[in-house]
Design a binder for this molecule. Structure first.
Ligand SMILES: Nc1ncnc2c1ncn2[C@@H]1O[C@H](COP(=O)(O)OP(=O)(O)OP(=O)(O)O)[C@@H](O)[C@H]1O
Length: 241
């Protein structure tokens, strides 16, 4: 569902992403890990078409993000680590705005929106302006509205930003459930316990290159260790163990 081939990005003379190749099948929950500056956000911006690579390509559902951006983006949702909203809109108005962008049928989008607002405990703030919402509520609204058009590919940078334990559980459960139902998830995070809990496969980026890739068991086999937690392996691999 996500095909990345030799993806390369430079900022001036600095190579931030170096020939990244990765294939993420439909329904996989994939976690991108890596120390600060590893290239995770750069990779995500290339995947979502926000940056143009100096080399390589990305296909989402078969559509090249540079050559057929509208078709690729129609399949996708992206939640950045700091979500951007129209602050003067209410939560419900924003949901309707997103439905319009994706040209959704009104009855369907209202029904799905209501379901998402209930699931993410947003109903009580539906008529509040976004500028007055707390950080965690904004994050829940960002995730709920991103799910509205039932994307096939869901890309999220630090999903747990601002979420209390109750809402973190709701978000984790919903994303995992949707991935089981066929939504492909690519999550970037520093929370190794969240990656370990949710991800089918994990990729560790370091200095713009993938240095480890696989399921938890595969990562343990690559490191010739048994039963280790992700944190210990991660610290060992990035040179801090
Ligand atoms: N617009 C830019 N101009 C110049 N250098 C940049 C730019 N954006 C990112 N970089 C550099 O590219 C490298 C990768 O940055 P990136 O933001 O992709 O890392 P990251 O893995 O997301 O880091 P973090 O975990 O800190 O968010 C870093 O060295 C960063 O300083």
């Amino acid at each position: 569902m996500i095909e990345i081939e030799d993806l390369t990005m430079d900022y001036g003379d600095f190579r931030a992403l170096d020939s990244l190749s990765l294939s993420i099948p439909q329904g996989e929950f994939f976690a991108f890990l890596g120390p600060n500056g590893a290239g995770k956000t750069t990779a995500i911006k290339l995947l979502t078409g926000l940056l143009e690579p100096v080399g390589g390509r990305v296909r989402l559902g078969g559509f090249d993000i540079q050559e057929e951006p509208l078709k690729a983006k129609a399949l996708m949702a992206y939640v950045p680590d700091v979500a951007v909203f129209y602050e003067k809109l209410t939560a419900l108005e924003f949901m309707r705005f997103i439905a319009d962008i994706f040209e959704m049928d009104e009855a369907r989008s209202e029904a799905l929106g209501e379901e998402l607002f209930a699931k993410f405990h947003l109903a009580s703030c539906a008529h509040q302006r976004i500028e007055n919402l707390s950080l965690g509520t904004r994050q829940r609204l960002a995730i709920a509205t991103a799910l509205l058009h039932e994307p096939k590919v869901f890309i999220i940078d630090e999903p747990m930003v601002g979420l209390d334990p109750v809402h973190a559980r709701i978000v984790k459960k919903e994303l995992k459930q949707r991935s089981r139902e066929g939504m492909t998830v690519l999550m970037s995070t520093h929370l190794l316990n969240v990656a370990e809990e949710l991800a089918d496969r994990i990729g560790i980026l370091h200095h713009g290159k993938i240095i480890a890739l696989g399921t938890m068991d595969e990562l343990r086999a690559q490191n010739a260790v048994q039963g280790q937690r992700l944190e210990e392996m991660f610290l060992g691999m990035v040179g801090e163990g």
